[in-house]
Design a protein. Structure first.
Length: 136
C-alpha cells in the first residue's frame, strides 16, 4: 500500500513549487512590513555599525523582490541567495545576541531566520522545477 501511495503522490516539481511559494509568500510579509513601515530603523542600525545608511534599502531586494521571484519561479537560485543573505545579515545585525538563546517556550531564538536560510539553500540546490517561469 505504501509503495502505491508513494508512486501516486510523488511529484518533485510540485514539491519544489510548494517550497518556493511557502518561503516566498511568508518572506513577503516581512517585506510588506518594510514597505508600509519604512526602513528608518535599519538605516540607524547600519549607521551605528559604521556602514552606509543606504544599505538598509537592500532589504527590499531580499524581502520583496526575491520572494516574488521565488513565487513566480524566476531566477530562483539568485532569489534564494538573496533571501538567505538577507537572513544572514539580519542575524548579524539584529540577532547576534540570540544565537545561543532559547525563547520562553524553549524554541531557538533565531529558528525562523535559520529556517529561511536552510529552506533557501534547499531551493538553491533544487532549482525552480517545471511549474515556474524558468521551467528548469
Amino acid at each position: 500500500m505504501e509503495a502505491v501511495l508513494s508512486k501516486t503522490f510523488q511529484n518533485e516539481d510540485m514539491s519544489k513549487l510548494v517550497l518556493r511559494v511557502a518561503v516566498g509568500f511568508l518572506m513577503l510579509f516581512h517585506g510588506v512590513a518594510k514597505i508600509t513601515g519604512g526602513v528608518g530603523f535599519l538605516e540607524g542600525m547600519f549607521s551605528s555599525m559604521g556602514l552606509p545608511a543606504f544599505f538598509a534599502y537592500g532589504v527590499y531586494l531580499g524581502e520583496v523582490v526575491a520572494p516574488i521571484m521565488l513565487i513566480i519561479g524566476y531566477k530562483v537560485r539568485l532569489a534564494s541567495i538573496l533571501v538567505a543573505g538577507t537572513m544572514i545579515v539580519a542575524i548579524a545585525m539584529a540577532h547576534s545576541g540570540d544565537i545561543f538563546t532559547l525563547t520562553k517556550h524553549g524554541a531557538w531564538a533565531i529558528e525562523l531566520l535559520v529556517f529561511y536560510i536552510l529552506a533557501s539553500v534547499a531551493i538553491f540546490f533544487q532549482g525552480a522545477g517545471k511549474y515556474s517561469i524558468d521551467k528548469n
